[in-house]
Design a protein around this ligand. Sequence first.
Ligand SMILES: NC(=O)C1=CN([C@@H]2O[C@H](COP(=O)(O)OP(=O)(O)OC[C@H]3O[C@@H](n4cnc5c(N)ncnc54)[C@H](O)[C@@H]3O)[C@@H](O)[C@H]2O)C=CC1
Ligand SMILES: O=C([O-])CC(=O)C(=O)O
Length: 332
Amino acid sequence: MAKNPVRVLVTGAAGQIGYAIVPMIARGVMLGPDQPVILHMLDIEPAAEALNGVKMELIDAAFPLLKGVVATTDAQEACKDVNIAVMVGGFPRKEGMERKDVMSKNVSIYKAQASALEKHAASDVKVLVVANPANTNALILKEYAPKIPEKNITCLTRLDHNRALGQISEKLNVHVGDVKNVIIWGNHSSTQYPDVNHATVTTSSGEKPVRELVANDQWLNTEFITTVQQRGAAIIKARKLSSALSAASSACDHIRDWVLGTPKGTWVSMGVYSDGSYGIQQGLIYSFPVTCDKGQWSIVQGLKIDDFSRGKLDATAKELIEEKTLAYSCLS
Ligand SMILES: NC(=O)C1=CN([C@@H]2O[C@H](COP(=O)(O)OP(=O)(O)OC[C@H]3O[C@@H](n4cnc5c(N)ncnc54)[C@H](O)[C@@H]3O)[C@@H](O)[C@H]2O)C=CC1
Ligand SMILES: O=C([O-])CC(=O)C(=O)O
């Protein structure tokens, strides 16, 4: 029997990531090739015409799984009965703007959209915040939508995770699909800590630790980390636009694994509400290694954290605490 359609909201749908992600969702990349979807697309009034253009293209693409499209500038209408919400809409930093100005605009947007989601979305809606500052926007959304379970509000660090897999694959000249269990700890910012201490590569003679195969701790502890931390900036420099196809693809990976589960023996990175694991204070949205089963994520426990890693985990937590303080000062 055919499945009932799942309603998927994409905010900022007329933007770059929006344009890349909606055809992926309509093709089953996010929820599977047998899962019909109804797309809800939200953008703001100045982008209404462009948003309608995206809707026209979705109709023209004749996707068999796409059972309906809602394209609107009304947040309440956009959020109505949605099961999945991918929050991409936001205010980008413009020349001359201070970090506080960007933070102020975005936390106000996320406060308002939290209320629309809480009132109108399905009670078990799963939320993924992509727009920057992603962790702090997600935290604000959580605080202002108290009826949405905190476990249902996450932010995207899967792009950083995939970037780390990509760098190891390039370094070792192995297929990216054979590399697993890297970790992104902390903030989706340049303080994030890409950690390979538990990562492995599947080889013809079994699974081998990445550290052993790379055999270059100097590279792993310096250049590898900064390359992943700075990859977003490198893409902006090269494209004069920020990452869109990789961000869209990683957002699909995030939701797919969350809903359909992670493969046995594999974890992924997700920005989730800290429960105090690994000494990270509660009350932050922090990226941890997680496994997913039956629509629920769980933080991977018991990984050994050496002194080098401890310092990095704490430094990115410190930045998130500062962002949280700044966000609240913008809202007060
Ligand atoms: N977490 C991650 O890994 C990544 C995050 N990003 C972030 O994703 C966000 C979107 O990036 P792009 O698509 O490249 O930007 P973009 O500027 O092309 O698109 C953003 C869209 O959001 C819309 N928007 C603005 N305010 C809105 C509101 N209140 N409600 C609904 N829509 C609204 C804009 O009109 C625009 O269409 C940015 O904040 C970017 O920094 C980008 C790449 C990776
Ligand atoms: O900095 C940006 O706007 C883009 C971004 O988050 C990334 O590519 O990781």
